[in-house]
Design a protein around this ligand. Structure first.
Ligand code: SF4
Length: 167
């Protein structure tokens, strides 16, 4: 059996959008994992019915864990409270991961949904702070390990370790 990985859909477009140093590593690894049929590609926000394009949204008053408790909100840049839609997105990501047997997730960092090491600070000024998005928080609460794209080497090592344990 192979270890399955939930992957943010927008990361699969990484090859054409990203200009950083990790590009060759990420593109190559995602291509190999795709060929090995490990990847479950998913966009929680689209699954929850949000349109493309959509207004930017940020967590306000706390991070993803607080939002799951109802102690923080997700707002769009026009001030609309879209918390319920983003909470639905989180639950749909969890259901998708669980249905496919994913123990790992590779998610786009900085997003109020998929972020796993940083999120925007709720001021819509382009400022990030340490934190976790709602889907990443819910996945972790349910035992699914979430990695950011900057943590790819650690994820590769984890996949290899889990593969060995499965054989
Ligand atoms: S970061 Fe946003 S656009 Fe990308 S997969 Fe997650 S919810 Fe979808």
């Amino acid at each position: 059996m192979k270890t399955k990985i939930l992957v943010s859909a927008c990361l699969m477009g990484f090859k054409v959008r990203y200009n950083g140093q990790d590009k060759p590593l990420l593109a190559g690894v995602l291509e190999r994992w795709q060929q090995e049929q490990r990847l479950i590609t998913h966009c929680p926000e689209l699954a929850a019915g949000l349109a493309t394009p959509r207004l930017p949204a940020e967590l306000v008053g706390g991070g993803g864990t607080a939002a799951l408790r109802g102690d923080a909100k997700i707002q769009e840049s026009d001030g609309s409270d879209v918390s319920q839609t983003y909470l639905l997105a989180a639950w749909l990501a969890l259901k998708t991961a669980q249905d496919a047997g994913c123990r790992l997730a590779l998610m786009t960092d900085g997003s109020p949904t998929c972020g796993s090491t940083k999120i925007y600070d709720g001021t819509f000024q382009g400022i990030t702070q340490p934190g976790v998005g709602v889907a990443a928080a819910l996945l972790r609460q349910n035992g699914i390990e979430v990695y950011a794209e900057s943590e790819l080497p650690a994820l590769i090592a984890r996949v290899e370790a889990l593969d060995k344990a499965l054989t």
